[in-house]
Design a protein around this ligand. Structure first.
Ligand SMILES: [Zn+2]
Length: 413
């Protein structure tokens, strides 16, 4: 039983009037214990459902009597400085309750036909590590990535779907540069939102309401003499243009961009009207990132994956590898225990794919060849693919083939 359930039980047994801030705090506390990234508070027909996202997956936390719904909404809106009397339009806000020691909550309230649904994203600085060694690189790729980060000028892009660990990877990259140079390098960032305060980095938080956008912020930033510029995300043509130009004019620029595949980043930018020759001269590396759920240490054991999953491994040159792996009992999965709330998984680990933009890749881009050819050129030059990285985690017993297929190979299926 968690704190929220305990408290509700106490109330139901005649524990007096509800203390709504205590109830909300219990929900947040329980979510922090589970290392959840988001809390969903949802009005259903006759009950309020609370679910939390742990390691990327939603799970039930507790059910709350619906009579507390207006009070909970009111309390959370007050915490996040929203207009509590407005109930029929979406609202966003932020809270950093002192009782949670540095934990920041980003709150979104959305009116549904059954009343307001609240989603709280949790930023817990203590739960995050920004160590470049934790990004799931094999040694060779890590060395290559460090080399890219050590270049004085150029654009480095991190890519992956939402929730793939791009933010963690970008902070880890900045963390590496900080560790190496400490206070001898001028690093500036423009972020939306600033998720983690970093020493020696001049971080700016966008404020579109005041017209402080990526574009206006970056234009001013250029006059601030930065050597390294971190841009939270490239979403539009203007930001892309500034990032590409800055990467060609003596700055190391690190940013993220949403793209299905690592090699697809080029097509995405060319679609934004960036000229291939500019891209080829600015972009020095693209890092694809995915997060895989890891097998729970408490209950993981040898298993033989389903044939449909093994079939994906057999389609390539990995045939003998599959039989070897089964024989050597390398495949592991979690069977479910209390530690992992019976999911079999606990925590997540990254897999990455680093495309170093060298002469060969540059040629393919300049000739406006399709994405597939960019990928092939990179693989020919020794790029370890996401799938290979995922398989390495699988044959190390760290995760299941099913998980690797779902998160890494979705584009090959
Ligand atoms: Zn377990």
């Amino acid at each position: 039983m968690n704190k929220t359930e305990d408290y509700l039980k106490e109330l139901a047994e005649g524990g007096g009037a509800v203390d709504i801030s205590a109830l909300v705090n219990h929900i947040v506390d329980d979510s922090l214990v589970l290392k959840a990234s988001d809390i969903h508070i949802e009005p259903w027909e006759d009950v309020l459902g609370v679910r939390v996202r742990c390691s990327g997956q939603l799970q039930e936390l507790v059910y709350i009597p619906k009579e507390y719904h207006p009070l909970i909404c009111g309390r959370i809106k007050v915490m996040a400085n929203m207009a509590s009397h407005i109930k029929d339009v979406p609202q966003d806000g932020k809270a950093a309750p002192p009782e949670f020691n540095g934990v920041q909550l980003r709150v979104s309230v959305f009116p549904t036909v059954r009343g307001e649904k609240i989603v709280i994203r949790i930023f817990n600085p203590k739960a995050r590590t920004f160590d470049i060694n934790s990004l799931g690189f094999d040694e060779e790729t890590l060395n290559k990535y460090v080399k890219v980060l050590n270049k004085p000028t150029g654009l480095v892009l991190l890519t992956g779907p939402t929730g793939s660990g791009k933010t963690t990877a970008i902070y880890a990259s900045i963390g590496y540069l900080l560790e190496k140079h400490q206070n001898t390098v001028a690093i500036a960032s423009v972020e939306d939102p600033v998720e983690q305060n970093l020493m020696w980095v001049n971080q700016a938080q966008l404020n579109p309401a005041q017209d402080f956008t990526y574009v206006s912020a970056l234009r001013s930033l250029m006059r601030q003499d930065p050597e390294v510029i971190m841009i939270g995300e490239i979403r539009d043509v203007d930001t892309a243009t500034i990032a590409v130009t800055a990467g060609m004019t003596g700055h190391l620029v690190i940013s993220t961009i949403h793209s299905g595949t690592t090699s697809g980043v080029f097509a995405r930018l060319i679609n934004m009207q960036i000229e291939p020759f500019l891209l080829a001269s600015s972009l020095i590396g693209v890092l694809g990132v995915r997060l895989l759920r890891l097998n729970c240490e408490g209950c993981k054991a040898v298993y033989t994956p389903e044939e449909f999953a093994l079939a994906h491994l057999r389609t390539s040159e990995g045939d003998a590898m599959v039989e070897d792996a089964i024989e050597q009992e390398l495949f592991r999965c979690g069977f479910g225990c209390d530690t992992c709330s019976n999911t079999g998984y606990a925590g997540r680990g990254a897999v990455t794919e680093l495309m170093v933009v060298n002469e060969d890749v540059r040629d393919v881009v300049m000739n406006r060849r399709p994405t597939r050819e960019i990928q092939e050129a990179a693989v020919k030059c020794g790029m370890q693919t996401l799938w290979e990285g995922g398989l390495r985690r699988v044959t190390n017993g760290e995760t299941t083939i099913e998980e690797a297929l779902m998160k890494v190979a979705s584009e090959m299926l």
